[in-house]
Design a protein around this ligand. Sequence first.
Ligand code: PEP
Length: 250
Amino acid sequence: MRRKVIAGNWKMHFSPLETEKFLNELVPLLENKAGLDWIVFPPSVSLFKAKEKLNKSFIKFGAQNCHQEQKGAFTGEISALMLKELGCQYCLVGHSERRQYFNETSMACNLKIKALINQGITPIYCVGETLKEREEGKTEKVLKEQITSGLKDINLNDSLVVAYEPVWAIGTGVVATPQQVEEAHKLIRLCLADTVFNQKRAAEISILYGGSVKPENSQELSMLSQVDGFLVGGASMVAKSFAQIGQIPL
Ligand code: PEP
């Protein structure tokens, strides 16, 4: 049985003080919702505050990025080893904003994913096509490339979550249609079965949808057989909206 996950990517929002204030509001709202895996992704400077505030909560937290090396002369970077010590159980890898603004390739993501797995941190690997790629009929090719290179040499028992995030739907207010989501998730699962794992293991991997998810559209998308939860940006920074998005069938 696949785990249902509701993950909130705060991007470069919420300082430590703002994180404290936000979690004071969010934690009580999620009180009776322990059946899902709730994860928040604060910016790295706020991770320690999240650890402090979520100490006794079932809500987990993770980082938005990491470096592939454990330590060294990589100014400004943070390693998976450091994230582990901070209590991170998850880390986003390959978010489209990192691919777009920091030139992160699927091959670079592969190194980060392996570094995280070595530390026992679950990567949430983000994949998705741009509008141009979709319009040119390249969605399948792009997703396959991102999955095969990003997850190269990952072991059968390694912990992993995948997020399908069409770039054209992120932060735009344009949400993918249920048909587009179901097709892409099926394709990703097939690719996981054929090139990364096997059919049995691929069937166990949670695949989240991300891209302008809000309480108003999450219900319909959550009914899809291939959708195992959501990676939410904007709406995850409004406590009530985030909590409402989690009202999905288990
Ligand atoms: C995201 O940042 O991963 C995301 C899906 O953002 P939004 O929900 O704002 O589109």
